[in-house]
Design a protein around this ligand. Structure first.
Ligand code: HEM
Length: 194
C-alpha cells in the first residue's frame, strides 16, 4: 500500500509504504547514524507505546483482576477502596491519554513532513487512520468516565450513598470494559497493520 511517490529513492516503511528514515540504519545492521528527525520519531514511538502500556494495561488490571477480587466486599468498603484506587489511576491514565494522542499525532506530522521533503504526497495508511479514529474515541470515553461517572462515584462516597455509588461504579465498569476492548483491537490493528 504505497502512500508516496513511487519514484522515491528511499526504502519504504513496512507499515505505510512511504520512505522510511529508519531503513538505511537497519540496512547497515543498526549501526548507522541517527538523524535528528529519526531520533525524535523513535522518542515519540517510545512515549506512545509506554503511554498505551500504562493506559490499556491499567484498564486490564482494574477490570480483570481488581474488580472481581473486591466484588465480595461490603459496599461501603468496596466503593471507598475503588474510589481511592480509581482516583490515583485516572490521574496517571489522564497523563497517558494526553501523551498517547500527542505522540501519535506527532509521529503522523513527522511522517508527513518526511514525505513532503522527498517530494511525495502523504496519505495516511489505513492502520494509522483506524488507530487515530479509535484513539480519539477512546480518549472521549476516558473523559466521560473521568469527569462524569467518576464525579458521581466520588459524590456518592462522600455522602455515604452506597446505592448511588453502586450505580456509578457499574457505569464505570461498563465503559472501562468497552474502552479496554477497543484498546485491545487497536493494539492488534497497530501490529498486524505494520
Ligand atoms: C490519536 C490517536 C493515535 C494516533 C494518531 C496514533 C498514531 C500512531 C503512529 C503514527 C504510530 C507509528 C507507527 C510506526 O512508526 O510504525 C503508532 C504506533 C503505535 N500505536 Fe498509535 N496512535 C494513536 C492511538 C493509539 C492507541 C489508542 C493505541 C492502543 C490502544 C495505539 C497503539 C499503538 C502501538 C502498539 C504502536 C506501535 C506499533 C509498531 O511498533 O508498529 N495507538 N501510532
Amino acid at each position: 500500500m504505497p502512500t508516496s511517490d513511487e519514484a522515491s529513492p528511499r526504502p519504504a516503511c513496512r507499515l505505510s509504504g512511504y520512505p522510511d528514515r529508519r531503513a538505511p540504519r537497519l540496512a547497515a545492521g543498526g549501526r548507522g547514524p541517527q538523524t535528528g528527525a529519526s531520533m525524535l520519531y523513535n522518542l515519540l514511538t517510545l512515549i506512545h507505546v509506554a503511554s498505551i502500556i500504562v493506559w490499556v494495561g491499567g484498564m486490564a488490571f482494574a477490570h480483570l483482576a481488581l474488580r472481581p477480587a473486591v466484588a465480595t466486599l461490603e459496599p461501603a468498603v468496596r466503593l471507598r477502596l475503588m474510589e481511592d484506587v480509581l482516583r490515583r489511576f485516572f490521574l496517571l491514565a489522564g497523563i497517558a491519554v494526553l501523551l498517547a494522542v500527542a505522540s501519535g499525532l506527532g509521529m503522523v506530522g513527522l511522517a508527513a513532513a518526511q514525505v513532503a521533503e522527498t517530494g511525495g504526497r502523504f496519505r495516511m495508511p489505513l492502520a494509522w487512520n483506524l488507530m487515530g479514529t479509535f484513539g480519539i474515541i477512546m480518549a472521549l470515553i476516558f473523559g466521560h468516565i473521568r469527569f462524569a461517572l467518576f464525579g458521581r462515584l466520588r459524590r456518592a462516597v462522600e455522602a455515604s450513598d452506597w446505592k448511588a455509588g453502586g450505580v456509578a461504579m457499574a457505569s464505570i465498569r461498563k465503559w472501562v470494559g468497552i474502552n479496554l476492548l477497543i484498546g485491545a483491537c487497536v493494539v492488534v490493528i497497530a501490529f498486524l497493520g505494520r
